[in-house]
Design a protein around this ligand. Structure first.
Ligand SMILES: Cc1cc2nc3c(=O)[nH]c(=O)nc-3n(C[C@H](O)[C@H](O)[C@H](O)COP(=O)(O)O)c2cc1C
Length: 501
């Protein structure tokens, strides 16, 4: 019997949407050969099944097990290249997604993988850093620090031991692109880390993966084993040891100093900076800590040249950004585009507008510490400078849309409570301030608020912003303050609050 080869994503989000059910139903079917790929990131279409046709791949959407005859018969498919959600993206870091099998090293190499590493081997460590300088790549983990500067600091310090650490703690609500990289294109992360190791002279690397990502940790471990067997971790004069370490479920362990504390086996507590990890990090040695997406962006830069990267995006924000759309949009999913589109363009073009029955109320960008934007502010360009000028953060690119059903007082309380739960406790503004902030919001919520409570929240916010040790306390007031700024009426309606004010 002629077998039809079908491609089905094995990504966690695809599985949540039902891809596993298809695999269970079709695995034993003699007429199909199932290839488990990464996901295209069009989660609203999952489970999505693809097959090769004469003019390239065609796809079937929201597939159920009963759709098999239709797919095998080649009936009703859509050419993948004609999908507007994908067509309008600039896939660079996510170019392989939905196409390759995550653990097939040969497929990765056939798609241009390891070309960046080869290029790096032909350059001096200084020239690698210079290429990154030209590229103007900024860290994608949130702080947007120029990558080359961090690498240069670590490179210039003489030390018998240096480390490369991938921050895979990805705790921001509404973000998932690091998970997708680790589950879907793990060799890209390894390649980026190897290039960094070569540039700074590191002999050990760690991938600090959040506890809630078991599939990502598993895939990374397999990929490291394969890379090891293929000799990719053998440098000329020393082997590079790479290991996956799983965190214990703490948000603050995403902060780089807390992460390194945790990696050393201590409680994840934020440390004062300087010294920065690049000078004195893991076990006091020079350590480059970068986000997964940052490392995954590097192979293309070395393979295509820094100038290629610098030409994408805007003056201050070069390259592409992996935006992760979630919440009440019609089309949640991963969108890789050059910086510079407005928030409105992204929501309309890729989000497809609001989900049925939903009216737009606000959008939060940058995770639980990100500001809320009302409809009137959607024309802000997605780039670091415009966001910084608006007092907002792009963070790790999470975009969560809220609709008319969202209670803004509850949302503000939720985020303050989140900080209170996740604070490492090292500094008073964050440890105590977040609890007091939560209490004030609960008072307003219960109708016991007074006009002074809003003033108190504002004062408290100022203290937290200026005196917290890290951005957990320092940014926690932003979602609360922007909720009050744009939806103040809901706060004033706190029953007695309104009458006493
Ligand atoms: C509370 C808190 C949580 C953070 N969580 C993460 C995270 O999950 N992943 C990440 O890459 N960076 C996170 N960061 C930022 C890191 O401290 C650090 O800036 C980043 O890992 C550097 O990598 P990059 O230069 O590639 O952005 C967090 C920072 C704070 C203050």
């Amino acid at each position: 019997m002629k077998m039809t080869r079908l491609y089905l994503s094995n990504d966690t989000s695809s599985l949540a949407a039902g891809a596993g059910r298809l695999a269970d139903a079709w695995n034993e079917r003699p007429e199909v050969q199932l290839i488990r790929t990464s996901s295209r990131g069009a989660f609203f279409l999952e489970p999505m099944v693809e097959r090769d046709m004469l003019n390239g791949r065609e796809a079937w959407f929201n597939v159920t097990p009963e759709d098999l005859p239709r797919i095998v018969g080649g009936i009703g498919g859509t050419p993948v290249t004609k999908l507007p959600f994908l067509q309008q993206q600039t896939r660079c870091t996510f170019a392989n997604f939905g196409i390759t099998e995550p653990l097939a090293l040969d497929a990765y190499q056939m798609k241009g993988g390891m070309k960046g590493l080869t290029a790096a081997w032909n350059l001096s460590p200084q020239a690698i850093v210079e290429e990154l300088h030209i590229s103007r790549l900024r860290g994608r983990g949130g702080a947007a620090f120029p990558v080359w500067k961090k690498w240069q600091v670590a490179q210039l310090i003489e030390a018998e031991q240096k480390y490369v650490v991938a921050n895979a703690d990805e705790g921001d609500a509404g973000t998932y692109c690091d998970r997708m990289v680790m589950e879907g294109d793990p060799f890209r992360l390894i390649e980026g880390m190897l290039i960094c190791a070569r540039a700074i002279g590191a002999t050990r690397g760690y991938i600090y993966c959040r506890y809630e990502y078991p599939a990502a940790a598993r895939t990374m471990k397999f990929a490291i084993q394969k890379a090891l067997e293929a000799g990719l971790l053998d440098f000329d004069d020393y082997p590079f040891d790479l290991e996956v370490v799983v965190g214990a479920g703490s948000y603050v362990c995403g902060e780089e100093t807390a992460l390194l504390e945790s990696l050393e086996g201590r409680r994840g507590v934020v440390l004062a900076k300087p010294p920065y990890p690049a000078e004195s990090g893991l076990y006091g040695k020079p350590t480059v800590v970068s986000n997964v997406l940052t490392f995954a962006s590097i192979p293309n830069i070395l393979a295509k040249g820094g100038a290629w990267h610098a030409a994408l995006g805007t003056e201050g924000s070069c390259g592409t950004m992996a935006l992760q759309l979630g919440g009440r949009v019609k089309q949640p999913g991963l969108v890789e585009v050059p910086f510079g589109l407005t928030l409105r363009e992204v929501l309309d073009r890729f989000g497809g507008g609001m989900a049925i029955g939903s009216r737009f109320k606000a959008v939060q960008v940058g995770g639980p510490l990100g500001s809320l934007f009302p409809e009137s502010q959607l024309d802000i360009p997605i780039c670091y400078d415009a966001f910084a000028n608006a007092g907002a953060i792009l963070g790790h690119g999470g975009i969560v849309v809220y609709d008319q059903e969202t209670d803004m007082v509850e949302l503000a309380r939720h985020f303050m409570a989140f900080t209170a739960d996740e604070s490492c406790g090292k500094c008073t503004p964050c440890r105590i301030g977040s609890v007091r902030g939560r209490e004030i919001l609960e008072r307003i919520q219960s109708g016991q608020g007074t006009a002074e409570d809003l003033i108190l929240l504002s004062d408290l916010g100022e203290t937290m912003k200026t005196a917290s040790l890290c951005a957990l306390g320092g940014r926690a007031p932003y979602p609360v303050e922007t909720a009050i700024e744009h939806f103040g009426e809901e706060f004033r309606q706190g029953a007695k609050f309104a009458s006493r004010a």
